[in-house]
Write a protein that binds this ligand. Structure first.
Ligand SMILES: [Zn+2]
Length: 327
């Protein structure tokens, strides 16, 4: 039996009303002002997760799997410690569905967070367990690191991502927060987080076994980015500059590093991709050591020894095995 004309009219009206509601909802999302209400609007496909630098960008991309746009404040190929933000960057932060950063690493980002007070902010510094700080009284000007009881992250060693276990802890916190803010995608984010953590756990195992039997355990690096990695796998890091690559070593500091290289029989000085290699080459030149590259993964460029975090970390492992004489 065909539906009555009245019933046809009612169902036609219902479809029309639903369509109108959808159009209105879409329009409302499109015109939502920046820094708007609550914890972002998961229904707006254009609203990005803004990350402060590469390892946080990579983690968010791995977890969201392309479901939402992900942007990064530190442009590829620039060194992140002394990042400067343009007004547009601060505007992007205030419109983000979530800003993911690590307090105490990039002063410009810390300042902008305080200034803009975005409604959605995730600071991963606590999850990263930044328990190393620059040793103020260490023998030389460079950056050997020591344990401290930090809750204030200023002065902490920020390079947590070079320790896959710390990076995995940060990834879990990011995944949980993204899922909480976007319940419709929470299950997918949870699966992606688990897959990412599993890859980091596998990398941790490769680093551990690859760095077990080495002729040398003293690691001389350009800036002191490898403190957590060194601590995790039983190496002793000595940075030629400090925790930030801008801090120039003094003549006395360079001499002390060179003396250490000679007395410890260090055969390889590690330079970086984003930092000018002058000081690493000076120490190598004065000691007869050779120079190799160790990438602190503060950004990926065409000069990087791999296309993403995992590829570059495996390249780092090979460079360490070669320079430290690991079997
Ligand atoms: Zn650094």
């Amino acid at each position: 039996m065909p539906p009555s004309p009245a019933r046809q009219l009612r169902s036609g009206l219902a479809v029309l009303l639903a369509a109108t509601a959808l159009v209105m909802a879409t329009a409302a999302c499109g015109t939502q002002p920046g820094g708007g209400s609550g914890s972002g609007s998961p229904s707006d496909p254009e609203q990005a997760v803004v990350t402060s630098f590469y390892p946080l960008q990579f983690a968010v991309e791995q977890i969201t799997g392309g479901a939402v746009p992900v942007t990064v404040l530190t442009k590829p190929g620039t060194e992140p410690h002394d990042l400067e933000l343009a007004p547009q960057d601060v505007a992007r932060m205030s419109k983000a569905r979530l800003v993911v950063y690590a307090d105490g690493f990039q002063p410009a980002v810390d300042e902008a967070i305080a200034e803009v007070q975005p409604t959605s902010v995730l600071d991963v510094a606590d999850a990263a367990d930044l328990s190393l700080t620059l040793a103020e009284e260490s023998g030389h000007d460079g950056g050997s690191t020591q344990e401290h009881d930090a809750h204030d992250h200023a002065g902490s060693d920020p390079h947590f991502w070079l320790d896959p276990q710390r990076y995995a802890a940060v990834a879990k916190v990011i995944g949980a927060r993204l899922g909480k803010d976007d319940p419709a995608r929470a299950a997918a984010y949870g699966r992606n987080t688990s897959a990412f953590v599993a890859k980091l756990t596998a990398l941790d195992g490769q680093l551990r076994s690859g760095l077990t039997s080495c002729r040398a355990r003293v690691l001389v690096t350009s800036h002191a980015a490898f403190g957590y990695l060194a601590q995790r796998y039983g190496l002793q890091q000595h940075g030629i500059t400090g925790i930030s690559p801008d801090a120039e070593p003094s003549g006395a500091g360079l001499k002390q590093i060179s003396d250490l290289v000679r007395s410890q029989g260090v055969t390889t000085i590690y330079q970086e991709t984003l930092v000018e290699p002058h000081f690493a080459q000076t120490v190598a030149g004065s000691t007869g050591a050779s120079v190799a590259t160790l990438d602190p993964l503060e950004g990926i460029t065409s000069a990087s020894a791999g296309g993403d975090y995992f590829e570059v970390m495996r390249s780092n492992l090979h460079a360490l095995q070669k320079g430290l004489g690991c079997s």
